[in-house]
Design a protein around this ligand. Structure first.
Ligand code: DX5
Ligand code: ZN
Length: 234
């Protein structure tokens, strides 16, 4: 099933994939501009920002003002991951703040299509995320409505958790059934030990926080290691 993404930059990312997508949740928030510049220099082509409401997930992280601030210091596409119970309330605000890709969780909405359509109407690419226990059947009716499918490798809310291997077969399902130019992203627990299995299963975008910001100050080396492992599975 071929769905032509309305966004050429999404198609470009798919062409360039596998790609590493640094998750700023693990960055030093006291020096965010410096951290962003460092991963840009390390070759990042996109940035992942985790928005948490303390309700959909048991943690609070950042909101619109931080996305606006990040927007001021980078030209990279901003991949904004909404871990919110009522994401549709905030789509316009995060688009206005500078989000280029807005991802909502299927667990927060009975029918994700209105939210995915609104994200597109706002001019952003739309992502659909799910947590490890969620069945692939839950997402199956909506595969051509999203530009990106985000598989959580952990229960959302915190970085640095252990990767849940049960999601590998789910990634493989979406590789088989989603339109070929869909970004298949995996987020949470991505490391040098887990990225190969995810790439083998069919993921082409890898969100990594701890494995980049928590491993060493040499972000380029960390990203190169991850990317090389993913490329080896192509
Ligand atoms: C977790 C977030 C992830 C997290 C990445 O709820 O969605 O993006 O920051 O985690 P690690 O540190 O495992 O890469
Ligand atoms: Zn995330």
């Amino acid at each position: 099933m071929q769905k032509v993404s309305q966004f050429s930059w999404i198609a470009d990312l798919v062409k360039k994939s596998p790609l590493i997508n640094p998750s700023l949740l693990a960055a030093d928030f006291a020096n965010l501009a410096t951290e962003i510049r460092a991963v840009e220099e390390a070759g990042a082509e996109i940035l992942h920002l985790d928005i948490m409401d303390g309700h959909f997930v048991p943690n609070l992280s950042i909101g619109v003002p931080v996305v606006e601030a990040v927007r001021r210091v980078t030209e990279l596409p901003l991949d904004v991951h909404l871990m919110l119970s009522e994401p549709q309330k905030y789509l316009r605000a995060f688009r206005k703040a500078g989000a280029d890709l807005i991802t909502i969780h299927i667990e927060a909405l009975n029918d994700p299509r209105p939210a995915l359509e609104e994200i597109h109407q706002l001019g952003a690419a739309a992502g659909m995320a799910y947590n490890p226990p969620t069945s692939v059947e839950t997402l199956a009716p909506f595969l051509s409505d999203a530009d990106l499918i985000l598989t959580m490798g952990v229960m959302p809310g915190f970085g640095g958790q252990k990767f849940d291997q049960t999601v590998l077969e789910k990634i493989a399902f979406f590789k088989k059934h989603a339109p070929s130019n869909t970004l298949l992203s995996v987020d949470g627990g991505i490391s040098a030990q887990t990225i190969s299995d995810c790439a083998k299963a069919g993921a082409n975008l890898f969100v990594a926080g701890t494995a980049i910001f928590g491993a060493s100050k040499n972000y380029a080396e960390q990203m190169r290691l991850l990317e090389e492992k993913a490329k080896r599975e192509l």
